[in-house]
Design a protein around this ligand. Structure first.
Ligand SMILES: Cc1cc2nc3c(=O)[nH]c(=O)nc-3n(C[C@H](O)[C@H](O)[C@H](O)COP(=O)(O)O)c2cc1C
Length: 321
């Protein structure tokens, strides 16, 4: 058990925010495998201020998933503060405000938001101080190593964030320039937790129990974020959490088990989004449930290219079985 501010977090596994993936249904589905903290995908401060219906949809959470953080992004602290008002009016049943300081997408960084904030620690301090002073809920932040390999400044930025009043820091161990490819660098954050006053949550290349244990050992981090490695592989969360609780290593899921997980998730997604939209999302996500198992190319193609109804999903799976 660990804490962010005064809030107890029961598992060291955090479900990473992922735009287009970590919907309410996804978070609820993953929760029961042993997630201690969920984070919504990044939500635009301006979208909330202007009352955009689609943006406000992202604020929905469930009591069962708590503790939960709403992640906001935006280049201006005053706008983030206004957005926090909207968040709390729409949904007071949340625990943290997380600020996105890691998104590398040009549409976001050109407004000064996301990872662009990492370039100037002084500016970052003013921005985060204003937000932390304003927010009635504890504020957390998610950063990267730096903007590019020539400006790796995570240590300075972490100190700035701690001074501003942030209560936990997620660190994706890539630079913004790396985007989502190339190896995550853990050697560079050796013993980092010992140099920090708030919990460190590591992110990057979290795909297997054994590797994650190495990353935790190197960084001494308090917690770990499961992102792409958990999509289609909920057992990874169970393996991590079970190991943290007991020291035992659970086996990987069998393909049969994974297919059952997929069906369960599909039904939760249909309930949230309606059948058609759920199927369109599943074209991208459902194939991941087959990654790592032999002879799954044909079924992955069928899912990715033809899926439109639940009935059809059942048919594709039964033909495969
Ligand atoms: C499709 C996708 C969407 C993402 N969206 C967000 C986001 O909204 N907010 C955020 O802080 N990080 C986001 N991330 C970054 C992840 O939270 C995580 O830090 C990153 O994927 C590194 O972990 P991994 O290598 O284990 O996947 C996203 C990543 C992916 C692949």
């Amino acid at each position: 058990m660990w804490k962010i501010g005064n809030v107890e977090i029961k598992s060291r596994v955090v479900l990473a925010p992922m735009a287009g993936i970590t919907s309410l249904a996804y978070r609820n589905f993953m929760k029961r495998f042993g997630v201690g903290l969920t984070v919504t995908e990044m939500v635009s401060d301006c979208g909330l201020i202007y009352g955009n219906d689609k943006t406000i949809e992202y604020l929905k959470t469930a009591n069962e998933e708590r503790p939960v953080a709403i992640q906001l992004f935006g280049g201006d602290a005053d706008n983030i503060c206004k957005a926090i008002d909207v968040v709390l009016k729409e949904n007071p049943n949340i625990d943290f405000i997380d600020i996105n300081l890691g998104c590398p997408v040009p549409k976001v960084t050109k407004t000064g938001a996301g990872s662009a904030m990492l370039k100037d620690p002084e500016k970052l301090f003013k921005y985060m101080k204003k937000i932390c002073d304003y927010s009635p809920l504890p504020v957390t932040a998610k950063i990267r190593l730096g903007w590019d390999e020539k400006s790796i400044n995570f240590m300075e930025n972490i100190q700035v964030l701690e001074k501003a009043g942030v209560k936990a820091i997620g660190l994706h161990t890539r630079t913004a320039k790396q985007g989502y490819s190339g190896k995550a660098n853990y050697e560079i954050i050796r013993d980092l937790q010992g140099k920090m006053s708030v919990p460190l949550i590591i992110s990057g290349d979290i795909y297997s129990l054994d590797e994650t244990l190495q990353f935790l050992d190197i960084s001494k981090a308090t917690a770990v974020m499961v992102a792409r490695g958990g999509v289609g592989h909920p057992r990874l969360i169970e393996q991590l959490n079970h190991y943290f609780e007991t020291g035992e290593k659970l086996p990987d899921a069998t393909l049969e088990e994974n297919i059952n997980y997929l069906l369960e998730f599909a039904d939760m997604l249909i309930e949230e989004k309606g059948e058609y939209k759920a199927m369109m999302l599943l074209r991208g996500i459902a194939t991941k449930f087959f990654d790592g198992y032999p002879n799954t190319k044909r079924i992955k193609n069928a899912i990715a290219q033809t899926l439109t109804t639940r009935e059809q999903l059942l048919r594709i799976l039964s033909e495969y079985r």
